[in-house]
Design a protein around this ligand. Structure first.
Ligand code: PRP
Ligand code: URA
Length: 215
């Protein structure tokens, strides 16, 4: 997966199935049930790309015919960390590929007027330094929530972190890469811009509201 030339460290998943499902997510007429299923499916396909560099270790395997060498993912179980609420919609999709992953949670919401992230919950495994983290949030808009979430994870000891989103605004992607240059950002789309209210254009609207049927 090549990095986006304009924003090093940002990777856009251009797989045809991801792009097809993304267009359905953008469609305002897509109902909540389908929207939720699509977020899971896109998250699963993105996780395939985002895990391409996971470390492997060799181990012995006894087949019905002989002994051979197999590979398994090395180290402690990975940790998925959805940013509440909308990140929750990506968890099941990623778990379909990494079923043994642990799941932490970071509670953050964006103040509607200031667009500043307000945090209200944080729980990840205690041995954070030994694990690989996948932070999940469909939307990277101003970047405030992602930067705050990753800062908290690092304070908890995490050193190996990837950020998975579905739609990124250039402003947020740049801000996140500047604040955390060690954290690769994997997205299905790099959109045009933010509007005056901090919504991504063309975007897909309020991801949390569309996932959970609130407004
Ligand atoms: C949305 C989204 C991100 C954040 C992105 O959450 O899921 O967490 O906004 O915006 P930012 O990049 O400008 O910080 P929201 O704050 O609406 O909370 P919710 O998921 O609970 O609805
Ligand atoms: N949060 C969303 O859910 N959508 C946006 O466009 C921006 C922030």
């Amino acid at each position: 997966m090549p990095a986006t030339p304009t924003i090093p460290g940002l990777f856009v998943v251009r797989h045809p199935l991801v792009q097809h499902k993304l267009a359905l997510l953008r469609d305002r007429s897509t109902p909540t049930k389908i929207f939720k299923e699509l977020v899971e499916e896109v998250a699963m396909l993105m996780a395939y790309e985002a895990t391409a560099e996971m470390e492997l270790e060799s181990h012995g395997v006894i087949t019905p015919l002989e002994t051979t060498t197999g590979e398994r993912v090395a180290g402690k179980k990975a940790v998925l960390v959805p940013i509440l609420r909308a990140g929750l919609g990506m968890v099941e999709g990623v778990l379909r590929l990494i079923p043994s992953a642990r799941v932490g949670h970071i509670g953050l919401y964006r103040d509607h007027d200031t667009l500043q992230p307000i945090d209200y919950y944080f729980k990840v495994p205690g041995d954070a330094a030994e694990r690989e983290f996948f932070v999940l949030d469909p939307m990277l808009a101003t970047g405030g929530s992602a930067v705050a979430a990753i800062t908290k994870l690092k304070l908890a000891g995490a050193t190996r972190i990837r950020f998975l989103c579905i739609v990124a605004a250039p402003e947020g992607a740049r801000r996140l890469r500047e604040a955390h240059p060690d954290v690769p950002v994997i997205t299905a789309a790099l959109d045009r811009e933010l509007n005056a209210s901090g919504y991504i254009l063309p975007g897909l609207g309020d991801a949390g509201d569309r996932l959970f049927g609130t407004r």
